[in-house]
Design a protein around this ligand. Structure first.
Ligand SMILES: [Zn+2]
Length: 496
């Protein structure tokens, strides 16, 4: 094993699920959050980094680690339909959904296939690149963690009692790897019992990461994932300061694992970042929740428990504030028919599908339409080139001369392009306006709270706090962070 030279620069990336700028600013002003304040005093602060679409953790993590959107990394969202296997993949929105789909398969999807099959092999993760450069990296609790080292996940006995799954699963991962109690570093059992979600919680992430610090084993790069705040915000709405205070205590614990707080910052680059935002969901269930099956009547939609049957016409893959709608027979139910049906509801924010080279976009209600493709006519704020025809204002896209800028839907064209090229099948992708959430058969819903998965900037912009470097990424998007991180950690050969 390669040892870390104590004088080498190391990077710690703390991914705080659902950290958002506005509540963070409120907490900084009105609450006692000394750890975040301490980081902020020494940091560059970026309030709006663009997350990939759909704004779901597995897609965000895959984009962060590979430096590509889903058209290249191949993990479209939390829930999607895999055409060649004719089944819905669900990495786990809700345990009831997993039970309906058959838990064994779903657990195997999230524990094995996500990293070893679905995440495409022709893209390299940060862990793989660092390992190839002789650097050590750690993954503490993210679901996506592919690297070159083969490690064993041990499935807890109680889980195996209920489902038919092997005791151990081999997976390719980072050198240092924590996956709840299924693969842990310390021998501490605290925070890892079944009622602690087997260690998939902030306290366990902190306990395991602090163990690395205290044993002098801080790797060159650590990605530490804090899952808890997602649920707070789903339940209590976007401005939940209690969850931020809780995370601040956990950050204090991390800082205190070093001899002093100054020491913690001195030799290390720290990145504190969210993964996706959340938009509020209205109080009134009737108006807030968009029952997409009703909009698609009378089409025959696959029932989760039964799997895809011959007579079915439509498969739904619901990602909370966005949804993939697949037609199983393009001749019988063309994508334009699905779009027409969705268009009748003015709570629908965006409806898009691809046909030949073009991507067609419209919205619910009286929204106009436009189409776009990769081309050389126009250039956007991220240096990407497009050809656009029609009313691009549907997505708040502004065109001045040859320049394209975005408003309510950051990096709108590339994020839609990548989503519609992320996996096989004929499908429409759609999202709802802030205030709303899609519901399908037994999907979780969050009236009076908040939700994500959508295309809107509320779901899509996340804050980032960076200490220890004044170098910033090329663009403020999660997809641009990998290059920046590798440039900071793997210095270019002086003689080259
Ligand atoms: Zn969530």
């Amino acid at each position: 094993m390669i040892a870390v030279n104590q004088t080498e620069k190391r990077m710690v990336m703390l991914m705080l699920d659902t950290l958002m700028d506005k509540p963070l600013q409120q907490a900084l002003k009105n609450e006692h959050i000394p750890a975040i304040k301490y980081f902020m005093e020494h940091a560059e602060y970026y309030p709006g980094v663009v997350a990939p679409f759909p704004t779901m953790s597995v897609n965000v993590e895959s984009t962060l680690l590979t430096g590509h959107y889903s058209d290249r990394h191949g993990v479209p969202a939390l829930v999607w339909y895999k055409k060649n296997e004719n089944r819905v993949i669900n990495y786990g929105t809700h345990v009831f959904e997993l039970v309906k789909l058959g838990l064994t398969k779903s657990l195997y999807d999230v524990m094995y296939r996500l990293n070893n099959k679905h995440l495409r092999k022709d893209v390299k993760t940060i862990h793989e690149e660092l390992q190839a450069a002789g650097k050590i990296s750690a993954s503490i609790n993210p679901l996506v963690h592919r690297g070159h080292t083969v490690k064993e996940i041990t499935v807890p006995g109680l889980m195996r009692y209920f489902i038919n799954i092997n005791k151990t699963i081999k997976t390719r991962t980072s050198d240092t790897f924590v996956y709840g109690r299924l693969s842990s570093l310390s021998t501490l059992k605290k925070h890892s019992y079944i009622w602690n979600k087997y260690g998939f919680n902030n306290n366990f992430s902190v306990q395991e990461f602090s163990y690395l610090i205290k044993t002098n084993n801080l790797p060159h790069f650590s990605l530490v994932y804090f899952p808890d705040h997602d649920k707070n915000v789903h339940k209590k709405g976007p401005i939940d300061l209690e969850g931020i205070k809780e995370m601040d205590k956990q950050l204090q614990t991390i800082l205190e694992s070093f001899p002093t707080w100054e020491e913690a910052l001195k030799n290390n680059i720290w990145i504190i970042i969210g993964d996706n935002g959340q938009a509020r969901v209205g109080k009134n269930k009737q108006s807030a929740l968009v029952e997409i099956r009703r909009l698609l009547k009378p089409l025959r939609i696959t029932k989760l428990r039964k799997g895809v049957r011959k007579e079915d016409q439509i498969v739904l893959a619901n990602n909370l504030r966005s949804c993939f709608v697949y037609t199983l027979n393009h001749e019988e139910v063309p994508l334009t028919e699905i779009a027409e049906k969705l268009k009748r509801d003015d709570r629908i924010d965006m409806i898009a599908w691809k046909s030949n080279d073009w991507i067609y976009v419209t919205s619910g209600g009286d929204g106009g339409e436009f189409k776009f493709k990769q081309g050389n006519d126009l250039k956007d704020e991220y240096n990407q080139s497009w050809t656009i025809e029609g009313e691009a204002s549907v997505l708040d896209v502004k065109i001045q001369g040859k320049a394209v800028t975005y408003g309510d839907y950051p990096d709108a064209l590339q994020r839609l392009y990548s989503t519609l090229h992320s996996h096989a099948g004929n499908f429409v992708v759609t999202s709802v306006k802030p205030g709303h959430e899609f519901i399908t058969e037994s999907s979780p819903s969050h009236p009076k709270g908040a939700s994500h998965g959508g295309f809107h900037k509320g779901d899509s912009l996340i804050p980032m706090i960076v200490t220890g470097t004044d170098c910033s990424p090329d663009f403020l998007r999660i997809v641009d962070l990998k290059n920046w991180i590798l440039n900071l950690l793997i210095p270019k050969e002086r003689n080259n």
